[in-house]
Design a protein around this ligand. Structure first.
Ligand SMILES: Nc1ncnc2c1ncn2[C@@H]1O[C@H](COP(=O)(O)OP(=O)(O)OP(=O)(O)O)[C@@H](O)[C@H]1O
Length: 232
């Protein structure tokens, strides 16, 4: 079943025409990678879905319901979770308080904590620590855990490996794979190997449009098909 569907999305910042007709879908149960060089419009695609920068043309449907024209809080309420590049969290609050704050009012707090701590045992060990004192990788896990307990039906994850040491990137990759067992993910990730390992399908973006797409099993990191759009 198609969960999220973008159809001919055009988005501007002022006069700058950034997204020039983006089409993509995410099906239930999938991890989909959105690939492309810096500045091609990946984050803008997320901002368009979230209605933070509303598109001027095209449609964005989530579970067949039109999102364009809604407020961002309504998009969040519809079940779209966002894990931005800066991993927004309450750095002065404890790990557990951060998780608790992400749980919707109508959900069971104990179930949410169990899900978060079973998925990320390292967070259980650090439940009482201030989130701001966690390492970069642990903060990323906390950000993913918050998305996981947030009652979301899809997570938009932006550059989860950004600024992390290689060994930690592997941990975060495993964390995302665990998360993907419960929730579909649309992923922006510069590290091609990681993106291909995690995702079932990929889209390649260039100059604000989708220029290639397919199953990740069809391609490898050195594939010319990807390299032409991804290398600087
Ligand atoms: N708030 C803004 N106002 C004006 N232009 C912007 C704004 N944010 C981004 N842009 C421009 O829009 C284009 C697309 O940016 P976007 O962040 O979507 O790219 P990206 O593919 O996510 O790349 P990156 O990995 O560098 O974030 C870039 O040329 C960028 O300079």
């Amino acid at each position: 079943m198609t969960l999220l569907e973008l159809d001919g999305v055009h988005t501007y910042y002022g006069e700058s025409h950034i997204l020039q007709g983006v089409d993509l879908t995410v099906e239930k149960g999938e991890v989909v990678a959105l690939l492309g060089r810096n500045g091609v419009g990946k984050t803008t695609t997320f901002r368009s879905i979230l209605q933070l920068t509303p598109p001027q043309e095209g449609s964005i449907r989530f579970r067949e319901e039109e999102l364009t024209g809604k407020d961002t809080y309504e998009v969040a309420d519809a079940g779209i979770g966002w894990i931005p590049e800066d991993r927004r969290m309450f750095s002065r609050l404890s790990v557990e308080e951060n998780i608790r704050a992400a749980v919707p009012n109508n959900a069971s707090m104990s179930d949410a904590l169990e899900l978060a701590y079973e998925t990320f045992p390292v967070l259980a060990e650090r439940a009482d620590q201030r989130a701001g004192d966690l390492s970069g990788g642990q903060q990323q896990m906390l950000a993913i855990a918050r998305g996981l307990v947030g009652g979301n039906d899809i997570l938009l994850v932006d550059e989860p490996s950004e600024g992390l040491a290689p060994k930690i990137v592997t941990d975060v990759g495993e964390a995302l794979l665990s998360a993907a067992e419960s929730v579909p993910i649309l992923l922006v990730e510069q590290k091609l190997g990681l993106a291909l390992d995690l995702a079932d399908r990929f889209y390649v973006m260039d100059h604000g449009t989708i220029v290639d797409s397919g199953e990740t099993s069809e391609v490898g990191v050195d594939d010319e098909r990807l390299r032409r759009y991804l290398s600087a």
